[in-house]
Design a protein around this ligand. Structure first.
Ligand SMILES: [Zn+2]
Length: 283
């Protein structure tokens, strides 16, 4: 595992992938599946305008096809994960399922009537950018207001928490202690840790995040009518009850469709990698 190397520009990313494949390859590959950060262009095989890198249009599939002479497919990481869930996880035998990651960012993948949803460019299930509150002062990393990810992802939870605490007197308690008394040091980790240990300010923040998640998951149920939703990503995997319970308790207020089963993925951190394998097996 390596951090993406941005030093050599857009072309360096595929060079790094090739070097990593070569480092563990024992036999020539038959096909290659990739679960990638988004947004992507599935047909062109590239990562397009991601806010995470200093350059756009990163070609991925073409350099790999040239090198290994086999079919190469790229999908969004959560699109890979939902395939992994269906092939190896809780979704076996299920034709309507959604996978959601609550991690640094917030994203989803969906299979509807047995079909993996892709969309024109491969970004059909960008659930993290569902608008919950268009007039909100909370701005998403993508620049839009009130997107779900802006409240509930690991990167944005501290910013949202700071906003909540502005109106509170939080001079005491574990969260205050863990963050050295300054909102600038808040992290998702210390908020959830303090909430688990009974800190009432942290619990208040987790409650607000839970209400946003219930709206987001409600939108998913209304859009895709799934039988099962599995949740992965570090924030959810490390705090299963604090994430799941508020969703289950509040989702009914937001849905017209029959509620699905909602659970933490049994695949843990391996959803995307198993999904990439499932993707390669489909080629
Ligand atoms: Zn957004």
């Amino acid at each position: 595992m390596e951090k993406t190397d941005t030093f050599y520009g857009a072309l360096g990313v595929s060079g790094q992938i090739i070097r990593l494949i070569d480092s563990f390859m024992v036999e020539e590959p038959i096909s290659i599946g990739i679960g990638s950060i988004g947004p992507i262009n599935h047909k062109e095989g590239m990562i397009t305008n991601t806010p995470n890198y200093p350059f756009n249009n990163i070609p991925i599939t073409e350099p790999l096809i040239e090198k290994y002479k086999v079919p190469v497919t790229i999908v969004n990481d959560c699109t890979a994960a939902v395939l992994g869930e269906q092939m190896f996880g809780a979704g076996r035998g299920i034709e309507n399922l959604v996978y959601v990651t609550i991690s640094t960012g917030l994203g989803g993948g969906a299979i509807v009537d047995g079909n993996l949803l892709m969309g024109k460019d491969g970004n059909a299930v960008e659930v993290g950018h569902f608008t919950l509150h268009p007039d909100s002062e909370v701005v998403c990393g993508c620049g839009c207001r009130g997107h779900w990810e802006a409240y509930s992802s690991g990167k944005n939870i501290p910013v949202y928490a700071e906003r909540i605490l502005q109106t509170k007197d939080w001079d005491t308690g574990l969260l205050h202690q863990l963050s050295g008394g300054t909102t600038k040091n808040l992290t998702a980790e210390n908020i959830f840790t303090a909430a688990k240990k009974g800190d009432k300010h942290a619990q208040g923040i987790v409650h607000e995040i839970g209400l946003k998640n219930a709206i987001g998951f409600g939108n998913i149920v209304n859009a895709y009518d799934p039988e099962l939703i599995t949740i992965g990503g570090t924030i959810a995997l490390e705090n299963p009850d604090l994430i799941l319970n508020p969703i289950k308790e509040n989702i009914e207020q937001h849905i017209i469709n029959r509620a699905p089963e909602i659970m933490i993925t049994p695949l843990g951190q391996d959803s995307v990698i198993l999904g990439a394998l499932a993707l390669a097996m489909r080629v």
